[in-house]
Design a protein around this ligand. Structure first.
Ligand SMILES: NC(=O)c1ccc[n+]([C@@H]2O[C@H](COP(=O)([O-])OP(=O)(O)OC[C@H]3O[C@@H](n4cnc5c(N)ncnc54)[C@H](O)[C@@H]3O)[C@@H](O)[C@H]2O)c1
Length: 360
């Protein structure tokens, strides 16, 4: 199969759909891989690295789309890319169709085969191609939160780990899923005192078993959240209601209960956010302040660490890419039910149930 790796053109997106290690696996199986010139540079992979493992470097994005039967990328196509996508071309990437009517309509019109990373689902109901990005965002939320707690950027002026003779900072994590556990682990590693909350007792039991004793669990309720926000320095939101908008766990009036300079990081911003005062920000201008509370609400946190994120993402996409390349999309989806769940739009028709009729 002819597989194309275009350069990402969305603002501030430095990840790339495939590493040289992935290209190596494909060329070994006699597939042809076209990589757009400089596509991997933002992630630390150069044209010569791709050439060494048998890729052909093409100068423009048009060349890559023109010559490829399957496109593998990271972010959903943006308007400039819509006309490049051809009938019967397989496009394997994050799409998040439910959040964009123009994208959905353009992909229907293209008659391409759109397989969305975010809906590939294994037998346990987990989303294997979303997990690594939640792991990155969860770990990063503490790194960012610790930075914005510094006084020059309007934080409380707290060192999360404290020092001998000074007690550590306190971190409140809402949600004990992938994001929450990774955040709690990082915060605990820095020596902070951590409280982690969920409504799922199984998750709280898991956290209690695997994380150290200075990570304490609490059942999530409005009453207990109101109590904790008064004395926690960094609050991280990592809740998710599958298929729905995030619940608003921190309301506007609660900001007044927090100490000035408290930092709140809403990782769930991509699902509408779990703080009432959340509005999506970018890496260029990641924070804003309301009632002396610093809000960090970047919707694509992993984009800031493209080297780690690209490798983490391609570690999990590669096995599916190999199946699609070896068998073609129809046979690959017939054989692999997890991959078949990724099919969203096929040759002009919506085939993913949750998407049917949403933009009629
Ligand atoms: N901003 C970014 O760059 C970025 C990156 C990756 C993931 N995310 C987002 O982070 C969010 C969390 O992702 P995840 O992979 O950890 O999801 P997950 O499903 O693994 O975990 C979510 C947890 O929230 C819990 N929860 C639900 N309602 C709750 C409540 N009222 N109180 C406390 N906990 C509650 C669930 O029980 C679950 O354990 C998602 O919205 C995801 O899209 C954002």
């Amino acid at each position: 199969m002819k597989i194309g790796i275009p350069k990402e053109i969305k603002n501030n997106e430095n990840r790339v759909g495939m590493t040289p290690a992935g290209v190596f696996e494909l060329t070994k199986r006699n597939h042809t891989v076209y990589v757009q010139a400089t596509a991997g540079e933002g992630s630390g992979f150069f044209d010569k690295d791709y050439k060494e493992v048998g890729a052909t470097i093409l100068p423009t994005i048009n060349d890559v789309y023109d010559q490829s039967e399957m496109i593998v990328k990271v972010k959903e196509p943006i308007a400039e890319e819509y006309p490049l996508i051809k009938e019967n071309q397989v496009v394997f990437t994050y799409f998040h169709f439910a959040s964009s009517e123009p994208l959905t309509k353009a992909m229907i019109a293209s008659k391409a085969i759109c397989i969305a990373y975010e809906t590939v689902e294994d037998e346990e109901g987990t989303l294997p191609l979303l997990t690594p990005m939640s792991e990155v965002a969860g770990r990063m939320s503490v790194q960012q939160g610790a930075k914005y707690l510094e006084k020059p950027i309007k934080g409380r002026g707290i060192l999360l780990g404290g020092v001998p003779g000074v007690k550590p900072g306190k971190v409140l994590v809402l949600g004990a899923g992938v994001v929450g556990v990774q955040a709690a682990k990082m915060a605990a590693g820095l020596g902070a005192h951590v409280t982690i909350m969920d409504i799922n007792m199984k998750r709280l039991r898991y956290v209690n078993d695997v994380l150290p004793n200075h990570v304490v669990t609490d059942f999530s309720s409005e009453y207990s959240i109101r109590k904790h926000i008064k004395d926690h320095d960094l609050i991280i939101g990592g809740v998710l209601l599958k298929g729905g908008k995030a619940p608003k766990l921190i309301t506007r009036d609660m900001l007044k209960e927090m100490r000035p300079g408290t930092v709140i990081v809403d990782v769930a911003v991509d699902q509408g956010g779990c703080f009432e005062t959340t509005r999506a920000t970018t890496h260029e201008d990641p924070t804003y302040i309301i009632d002396d509370v610093v809000h960090y609400c970047v919707a694509n946190m992993p984009g800031a660490v493209p080297y780690t994120s690209t490798i983490a993402l391609t570690n999990v996409t590669l096995s599916y890419i190999l199946k699609l390349a070896d068998l073609g999309w129809e046979k690959a989806c017939e054989k692999d039910k997890s991959l078949a769940k990724g099919l969203n739009i096929v040759k002009g028709k919506i085939v993913y149930e949750e998407l049917e009729g949403i933009f009629d």
